[in-house]
Ligand binder design. Structure first.
Ligand code: GDP
Ligand code: IMO
Ligand code: MG
Length: 422
């Protein structure tokens, strides 16, 4: 048992990148198992801020191998941009990065299709990041996709053209949108030339050999469990399995190798894009959280919707993931509240329940809140959790009781040192 999984328990952006970066030095390998450039994982090191989309968040630690697993979808264009930015900042990316030959490729027409399909949906749109994620996973399950290993085949370009033609046929079914395909294709082929120089592996063998040799692995989730294709707020979800089980599929590891499951949740709740969000605040409190928490998308810059913590939602995702320990992030964002609300149950259709309904989108959910005393003081100068205000420790202790799961970490700022191990 050498694999720990770290993933988001809400609608993404829980602060996974920061925590993976912090924990990475305890592991030999950090591996991304799903998602693609829809992810934006922010890491702050000193005064510098980095946003990773496809590259695992262990890349800033020397001597740790970072693997892009088979479950990831990779866009060569984004990948080159990411590598170039990091290398300019002096990070040794290519030395420590390995890419699964079985990871699927995002080609320009995947993004074109994503944009055409979203535009046609109008108000019903998913709020996709428009990175081509849905169409790329559709091609994967539809058995039409191209994989990174294919870029070395002599007929790669012919395969690319065949897939592109299929896409153009589909795009014709949608109302026309603006998309500069010629320019995107030029960038794509230049990027493919660049990424041919990365190190490709049969990652399932690579990872299992590492396990056999006693190495430790941190599997890094992208998005959040409420965006899971099976268990999220369908259809307002992403197109991959974001839960623990996705780590087995997306890396080729057996469930018995999984040891700890570290669930990351903010001390409140956010969502970017469309879809149900029971505890969303449409008032100045929501705006205050957004402003203090700087809640704007790391990938798209869109304002994130904000609301109070939702216990039924978290109990659901703790169950789905088999979470063994929790990390609560962004506690400092609640520093200036007299009172903090926490939803403990839902009132829906005349009954009170702690279950997430079949269709959160259609159900009329009214959260039942419990008020908790705020600490109303800055946590900035604290160097020990035990020294923090009573109300802060009581908030964490109450969450631990409500969630029935140990809280092992608390984060009070984007920087590495603002993490408290409990
Ligand atoms: P991820 O997608 O889960 O990695 O999260 P994002 O990077 O998209 O969003 C989290 C944001 O919160 C980033 O800007 C982080 O730098 C920042 N962040 C992480 N932890 C904390 C924290 O404890 N407090 C504050 N104020 N910001 C944090
Ligand atoms: P990280 O890893 C937050 C959301 C989008 C949209 C829906 C579908 O940074 O936590 P997609 O592009 O996947 O087709 O979009 O999912 N979404 C995210 N929201 N954080 C993310 O990743 C997200 N990745 C996708 O906003 O609502
Ligand atoms: Mg993010």
């Amino acid at each position: 048992m050498a694999v720990d999984v770290l993933l988001g328990l809400q609608w993404g952006d829980e602060g996974k990148g920061k925590i993976v970066d912090f924990l990475a030095e305890r592991y030999d390998l950090v591996c991304r198992f799903q998602g693609g450039p829809n992810a934006g994982h922010t890491i702050k090191i000193g005064d510098e801020k980095f946003v990773l989309h496809t590259i695992p968040s262990g890349i800033f630690r020397e001597d740790i191998i970072n693997v892009i697993g088979n479950g990831v979808v990779m866009d060569p264009i984004t990948m080159v941009r990411e590598i170039t930015t990091l290398e300019k900042a002096g990070i040794q990316v290519r030395h420590n990065l390995r890419v699964s030959r079985k990871a699927h490729l995002i080609i320009p027409t995947h993004r074109y299709l994503d944009a055409a399909s979203e535009s046609a949906k109008g108000v019903e749109k998913i709020g996709s990041t428009l990175k081509g994620i849905g169409p790329a996973y559709m091609d994967k399950t539809g058995r039409n996709g191209l994989r990174t290993g294919d870029i070395f085949l002599s007929d790669f370009e012919a395969r690319y053209q065949a897939l592109k033609q299929k896409h153009l046929g589909l795009i014709r079914m949608y109302p026309e949108i603006q998309f500069d395909l010629a320019q995107q294709e030029e960038a794509f082929f230049e990027s493919v030339d660049f990424i041919r120089r990365l190190r490709y592996i049969n990652s399932e063998y690579f990872i299992n050999e590492a396990i056999t040799n006693g190495k430790t692995i941190l599997a890094e989730g992208a998005q959040g469990s409420m965006l899971d294709i099976d268990f999220g707020t369908y259809p307002y979800v992403t197109s991959s399995n974001t839960i623990t089980a996705g780590a087995c599929i997306g890396l080729g590891i057996a469930p018995r190798h999984i040891r700890e499951v570290i669930g990351v949740a903010k001390a409140y709740c956010t969502r970017v894009g469309s879809g149900p969000f029971p505890t969303e605040l449409h008032d100045e409190t929501g705006e205050k959280i957004r402003a203090i928490g700087k809640e704007f998308g790391a990938t798209t810059g869109r304002p994130r919707r904000c609301g109070w913590l939702d216990i039924p939602q978290l109990l659901y995702t703790i169950m789905l993931n088999g979470v063994t320990q929790l990390c609560i992030t962004k506690l400092d964002v609640l520093d200036s509240f007299e009172e903090i609300q926490v939803a403990t149950q839902y009132r829906t259709g005349g009954e009170v329940t702690a279950d997430v309904p079949y269709d959160m989108h259609l159900a009329d959910i009214n959260p039942v809140y419990t008020a908790m005393k705020g600490w109303n003081t800055s946590l900035d100068s604290y160097t020990e959790f035990a020294a923090m205000p009573d109300a802060t420790r009581e908030y964490i202790s109450k969450l631990q009781t409500l969630l029935g799961t140990r809280i092992s970490m608390v984060s009070t700022g984007p920087e590495r040192h603002k993490l408290f191990l409990l």
